[in-house]
Design a binder for this molecule. Structure first.
Ligand code: CU
Length: 137
């Protein structure tokens, strides 16, 4: 399963340079650690990544809450989570997308401090797999 995902990723053109991707990942990590409050934060909103849909395909969350994507254990095909369109001026935009595909047993989590509309796709199945995340003020 993992072999399929890796091959698929290698064959696809990269959108970002490796250095940019690495530094964005580092920034995201610092932001996550730095923002950890003493009290346990609200649970992330779960979206499942399935063959060939996001479930659900639209969610609304409050600003500052996290989203967590969970790849279904029954998948047979690789999928990613890619932010196609987000609020203008969004900081660390690259950190809102996965950089590899996975078939099963993967998770992707990100907090959403910036209100607005986020349009997601799976780049392997861009016409089938779409998700809208609305972040309220
Ligand atoms: Cu997909």
């Amino acid at each position: 399963m993992r072999g399929v995902a890796l091959r698929s990723h290698i064959l696809r053109p990269r959108r970002h340079g490796a250095c940019l991707a690495t530094s964005l990942a580092a920034l995201a990590l610092v932001a996550t650690v730095g923002a950890a409050p003493a009290k346990s934060p609200p649970k992330p909103r779960i979206v499942t990544v399935n063959d060939f849909y996001f479930g659900p395909d639209a969610v609304t969350i409050g600003a500052g809450r996290a989203m967590r994507w969970a790849w279904s254990a029954s998948n047979n095909y690789p999928h990613d989570v890619h932010l196609k369109r987000g609020p203008s001026g969004l900081k660390n935009r690259g950190s809102y997308s996965t950089r590899t595909t996975a078939v099963t047993e993967a998770h992707f989590q990100h907090t959403f401090p910036t209100p607005g509309t986020y349009k997601y796709i799976c780049t392997v199945h861009p016409t089938q797999m779409k998700l809208t995340v609305t972040v309220r003020r």
